[in-house]
Design a binder for this molecule. Structure first.
Ligand code: KG4
Ligand code: ZN
Length: 363
């Protein structure tokens, strides 16, 4: 594959509760442009269950995906024969949805004789800042969403070292669970953020998980339990209690995040030297208080903070198309045998320096 050529890639995302397709262009100089980006969130379908129901998500992907791909192609003004490749998120995620997206991509690849690229969803988050910014490797990624909480060294395409991860709940999941126990609607992150604005962060001294530890891992379930215990002690909850609980919870998350990231950045420097940037992605990066804390952490580490625009931080098709385009430029194609994967470690095949490999399996 000639990496100097301009490539047009269709990307498909179905690993969780967003059905999404997009077309991006990658020029030979490495710059990117989004030609279309269609996202249909299934929030309404799942809201009354207080979380994502895998069977409902898979069914919704089946119903929606063809129309969304059609829309993305029309918005881009392209025919399938003009595509350089089709990319799909092949995991990690809810297996039913992953199968729907990957099978659809394989069908398109087969019918139109187009190369197929099976993208790791986490890799797509990791490479997204290069779609909108001329960012060189290596950089440090903080990914915090409903399913993932990781600190990752991004050394190149397909060169990732996971420096830290959560040992229990994902950060967005903790926000969602706290919201649920306080009677706030799903998805809970934005609700907790809003309630926290009016609250007193000093009223409850919740634990700051993992503070001072030499590794860069996160833990959120103990904090979540502490909030639950305090909430049941106070029941029935007044609006004031809810605000104070949210503010105190968020303050604990902020302090823990700052501590974990400062260790992560130190580990990064030991391997690669100073990072070109600290990059944040995932739904939690939409939280203004967390963005503020990240700004401080980046300033202390004397690096730049890059947060892609919100629509590219949360799950979308453009990030899958872009990761596909980056792989295509390096000739990294997949075959029709590419498997859908519920679990797929980002650094599974990377040369992880001794002592930095994190043994915990998972996303
Ligand atoms: O990246 P995302 O859209 O989807 C995946 O989970 O992959 O992230 C959604 C998560 C949810 O858990 C949601 O509650 C959380 O991100 N989130 C937030 C905020 N906005 C979304 N968490 C805290 N504060 C927010 N403002
Ligand atoms: Zn995601």
């Amino acid at each position: 594959m000639d990496s100097d050529k301009t490539a047009l890639v269709l990307g498909i995302e179905t690993t969780c509760d967003e059905t999404a397709a997009a077309v991006v262009e990658r020029k030979g100089d490495g710059s990117g442009r989004i030609l279309s980006n269609v996202v249909r969130s299934q929030t309404e379908e799942h809201a009354r269950f207080g979380g994502v129901v895998p069977e409902i998500a898979a069914r919704a992907h089946v119903d929606l995906l063809d129309g969304i791909i059609d829309r993305a192609m029309k918005d881009a003004g392209l025919g399938y024969e003009q595509l350089s490749a089709v990319a799909a998120a092949a995991g990690p995620g809810l297996i039913g949805g992953v199968i729907v997206g990957l099978t659809t991509a394989k069908a398109i690849a087969m019918v139109h004789n187009t190369p197929l690229i099976a993208v790791n969803h986490l890799e797509a988050h990791a490479l997204t800042p290069r779609l909108t910014t001329a960012l060189a490797f290596p950089y440090c990624l903080f990914l915090a969403s409903g399913g993932h909480t990781q600190i990752v060294a991004v050394a190149g395409v397909a060169q990732y070292v996971r420096l830290g991860t959560t040992v229990d709940d994902a950060m967005g999941e903790a926000f969602d669970k706290v919201a649920k126990m306080l009677g706030l609607p799903y998805p809970g992150g934005p609700q907790v953020e809003r309630a926290a604005e009016a609250g007193d962060a000093m009223r409850f001294a919740f634990p700051r998980p993992m503070l001072g530890r030499a590794d860069a891992n996160f833990s959120l379930s103990g904090l979540k339990t502490a909030v639950r215990n305090e909430a049941s002690r106070l029941t029935p909850l007044e609006p004031r209690d809810i605000s104070d609980l949210c503010a105190s919870f968020q303050a604990a998350v902020l302090e823990s995040t700052a501590d974990r990231l400062s260790v992560g950045l130190k580990l990064f420097e030991e391997i690669y030297g100073p990072p070109r940037a600290l990059v944040a992605a995932g739904g939690v990066a939409a939280n203004r208080a967390i963005r503020g804390a990240l700004q401080d952490i980046a300033a202390k580490a004397e690096t730049t903070l890059i947060i892609p625009p919100p629509a590219l931080c949360t799950d979308n098709g453009a990030m899958i198309a872009w990761a596909g385009a980056e792989r295509l430029a390096l000739g990294m194609l997949d075959t029709m045998e590419a498997p859908p994967r519920a679990r797929w470690l980002l650094d599974a095949n990377a040369g992880v320096p001794a002592g930095y490999a994190n043994s915990r399996a998972g996303f």
